[in-house]
Write a protein that binds this ligand. Structure first.
Ligand code: FE2
Length: 194
């Protein structure tokens, strides 16, 4: 049983990077209708900005913008859900209800936002065709899409089979916990250096 040290109250904000804040606001608020609720300057940054969008329940998606930003160090993996370099975000998923999922997907169509649809099943099955019905193995419906900076966003609806998912997999890599011996079945990731 895991000792719960911290009583977390949910997601305060997830801070990503924007190379063009106006374009980011156009996308999240202007196109998707996710309200921009707080804006601030980054002190001493010569024009840096920190903006917050309310994604529900007072939780925010935030962006940093700086007039001069480092080049992207690692190419973005265009395969959604595929390998992403450590230290970079893979994707962020917003929870939506099963009832709303399909109308939200159609709304993205209407808005011209390109996405990838995936129905995830417990047995490893999946479908990328929204016309395929869910079955009793289906645990999630997802649409993945890119924001203007290639951050990958997801709308995710858990289905009833989600309750059957446990924690049955050994973590890959080498545990650094003292006194815990785990069989090493899977080596740590190879980190490619540029
Ligand atoms: Fe996800």
């Amino acid at each position: 049983m895991t000792q719960r040290y911290f009583e977390l109250q949910g997601l305060s904000h997830l801070a990503l990077n924007s190379s063009d804040m106006a374009r980011t606001v156009d996308f999240y608020e202007g196109l998707l209708g996710i309200p921009l609720v707080k804006t601030m300057e980054v002190p001493g940054s010569n024009g840096g900005q920190h903006f917050f969008f309310d994604v529900g329940h007072g939780e925010c998606l935030a962006f940093f913008y700086f007039p001069i930003m480092p080049d992207r160090e690692v190419p973005v993996d265009k395969v959604l859900g595929g390998p992403t370099s450590p230290g970079l975000m893979n994707h962020v998923a917003f929870k939506v209800s099963q009832q709303d999922f399909d109308s939200y997907r159609r709304k993205l169509d209407e808005l011209g936002v390109k996405y990838v649809y995936v129905r995830h099943d417990l047995d490893g099955g999946y479908s990328m065709n929204p016309a395929d019905p869910s079955n009793d193995q289906s645990f999630a419906l997802s649409v993945y899409f890119h924001d203007p900076d290639d951050n990958v966003m997801e709308f995710c609806a858990w289905l009833p089979a989600y309750d059957q998912l446990g924690r049955d997999h050994k973590p890959a890599g080498r545990s650094t916990a003292v006194g815990i011996e785990r069989p090493i079945d899977v080596p740590p990731a190879n980190i490619r250096q540029q």
